[in-house]
Design a protein around this ligand. Structure first.
Ligand SMILES: [Zn+2]
Length: 618
């Protein structure tokens, strides 16, 4: 069933399709089966009664608060960034204070190690901008997160940040080109922006600036750079796009400030199969009939599932399949069990044999919403449920159906049909279906979608959003996926079998091209995020719990650094950027955990104890 309007139709690229066919042929011959990597140890869910005291980020030994984030509620762009920046800092477990400069006095900079300038109009605070540059010169660390408006103060501050010349107009930013190893996702690689606009300033930089990202055109207009300013440092993000799908770029820019930056991450790649197992989907079968001469049901068992299983085998992906029992629009009980369950047995057990997991999607595909729920005009064909009791009965039928088919499984993950879930629906899940421990909806939602952060709800439900979806994998999705690797070290993708039947979701590209794109994405994750763990939906929830609860405090000393963790469970993962020295990665030098080099000055640390020490390389 359709989850979301697909963004854009993309024409067939014949050469690539030929390559895709070759790839599929090789998979068909089990060519890659030898390369399956060792199974990673499963991440378990924490006990439901685990007592965690959520505390503020710890103070540093300097007695200073790590970060001051300045924003301006009277400035529309500053407000847009303000929708993301606090969450970024919260997820990175940065101890920060924020000040709305239109309401409050700016605190003294010397009480902070780092300042984020999150507004673009400097005219009301010219004096404070001069003081800010003085503070940087004497050892402060400044992130210019917003493209400033033209003013004497902004020209002056940009000069301190290494800008020799500024163009007189904004620059249409067609995409990002990664110029060094700051961002995970492939150095010297381009990430086109789907709907470019005049968002950045055209700038010429001094030669002592280190440029990490430029525009992906011949001008290579700098979009992210750093420059030493006397005893301090300035990092500039000259991008002018502040959406949720760009968070990782701001996180990476922030991590360039100071001696070392360590932030907890999820370290997981999850792949969901929505509407699987489910009855044979309906849709336009002409594409597969043309290409394969098969009906829809045979296509799924003979082609689609073979290809998807081969991908799981090759990489060790642990798919999470989301059951739909039937596709009616029935919203009033009683709900009958379907009689032909052979298809469910075959696909479900194959999925489990591959190390996958099965979760609840719905008795049918009607989101758990009662009368009066506003679908925003997007889903005209959707019914609302007659009552709470009817919603409950339908899920009880799904539960007993799943229990009878897969008697040894626990059903702990719920994916809302069409990624829509009302408050009442969510309450129902918690109250009546305690086996559900995680909800996997959308990270980047719009309209009536149930949009999530990676967190644990007050009711204990783990929110495990999916970042991208489908087989088209357009520029927007690729950029968002790159961003999330850099913020949470996470990849979360869902696909539906019936994408293959829907032209809006890529069907006219042909399955071979769709599959080629999926393979390319999976391969990109594998290559961009060394050692990322392939997790089921429940394991992802366990990983999110540990990420969400852990509270790090970082101390740097003469010999190296110590990471002290509150709310530590049994493991925790961190991305750590070493800006001023290199860690000793030789055996036996790290205590309390392990360290792995990723790229540039970025490392992945696994804490196995609540205190980890890392020595400087000498
Ligand atoms: Zn679905």
């Amino acid at each position: 069933m359709e989850e979301k309007k697909t963004r854009r139709y993309i024409p067939v690229i014949i050469l690539l399709a030929v390559f895709g066919m070759l790839t599929a042929a090789l998979i068909g011959q089990n060519f890659w089966f030898g390369g399956r990597r060792e199974e990673v140890q499963a991440v378990t869910l924490l006990d439901e009664n685990v007592q965690v005291q959520m505390t503020d980020a710890k103070e540093n030994t300097s007695g200073k608060t790590e970060c001051l984030y300045l924003w301006d509620s009277s400035d529309a762009n500053s407000q847009i960034l303000h929708e993301q920046m606090p969450q970024i800092l919260q997820d990175m477990k940065i101890r920060y204070e924020e000040t709305d400069i239109s309401e409050e006095e700016i605190p003294k900079y010397e009480n902070f190690e780092k300042v984020i300038l999150g507004f673009g109009s400097y005219s009301q605070v010219q004096e404070e901008i001069l003081e800010l540059a003085d503070w940087v010169a004497s050892g402060g660390n400044l992130l210019l997160a917003m493209v400033p408006e033209y003013s004497a103060a902004s020209v002056w501050l940009f000069r301190q940040a290494g800008v020799r010349e500024t163009g007189d107009s904004y620059y249409e930013t067609p995409g990002l080109r990664l110029k060094d190893e700051l961002l995970l996702g492939g150095s010297k690689r381009d990430y086109p922006i789907e709907e470019p606009f005049e968002s950045s300033l055209s700038v010429t930089l001094e030669s002592d600036c280190r440029i990490s990202v430029t525009t992906n055109d011949e001008n290579e207009n700098p979009l992210l750079w750093q420059r030493e300013h006397k005893d301090g440092k300035i990092v500039v993000v000259n991008l002018g796009i502040y959406d949720k799908g760009y968070r990782g770029i701001y996180a990476a820019a922030y991590s360039l400030l100071g001696e070392v930056c360590a932030w907890p991450v999820i370290n997981g790649a999850a792949y969901y199969l929505d509407d699987f197992p489910a009855p044979v989907p309906s849709g336009e079968g002409k594409y597969i009939e043309e290409d394969y001469g098969l009906n829809i049901a045979d296509f799924y068992s003979q082609i689609w599932w073979n290809d998807i299983s081969a991908l799981a085998e090759k990489y060790g992906i642990r798919f999470t399949g989301m059951v739909i029992e039937e596709y009616s629009d029935q919203v009033e009980g009683p709900f009958n069990s379907i009689t032909d369950s052979q298809r469910f047995m075959y696909f479900g057990n194959s999925l489990l044999d591959l190390g996958g997991e099965i979760g609840y999607h719905g008795y049918n595909h009607m989101p758990l919403c009662l009368d009066g729920f506003d679908y925003g005009g997007e889903y005209d064909t959707y019914e609302t449920w007659e009552s709470y009791e009817d919603m409950k009965e339908s899920l009880e039928e799904l539960r007993s159906f799943c229990e009878s088919l897969y008697p040894n499984e626990k059903f702990q993950v719920y994916v809302p049909p069409s990624n829509i879930l009302s408050e009442e629906g969510r309450r129902l899940l918690v109250q009546e279906f305690p086996e559900i421990r995680a909800i996997a909806s959308l990270y980047l939602g719009s309209g009536p979608a149930y949009e999530q952060e990676y967190e644990v709800g007050e009711d204990g439900i783990v929110e495990t959003p999916r970042v991208i979806s489908g087989y088209i994998l357009d520029d927007y999705m690729r950029l968002s996926a790159m961003s999330e690797l850099n913020l949470h070290y996470v990849s979360s993708h869902f696909q539906h079998p019936d994408d293959v039947l829907d032209a809006d979701r890529g069907a006219s590209l042909g399955w071979e091209e769709m599959y080629r794109r999926l393979c390319e994405y999976v391969d990109w994750v594998e290559n961009s995020a060394s050692g990322i763990r392939y997790l089921t939906g429940t394991e992802m929830a366990g990983a999110v719990q540990r990420f969400y609860y852990v509270q790090p405090a970082l101390e740097t000393e003469e010999e190296g650094l110590t990471l002290s963790l509150s709310n530590f469970q049994d493991e925790a993962w961190f991305l750590v950027r070493f800006n001023e020295w290199e860690p000793d990665t030789s055996e036996g030098t790290v205590t309390g955990g392990t360290i792995e080099y990723l790229q540039g000055n970025l490392y992945l640390i696994k804490a196995e104890e609540p205190q980890v020490t890392i020595k400087k390389r000498v």
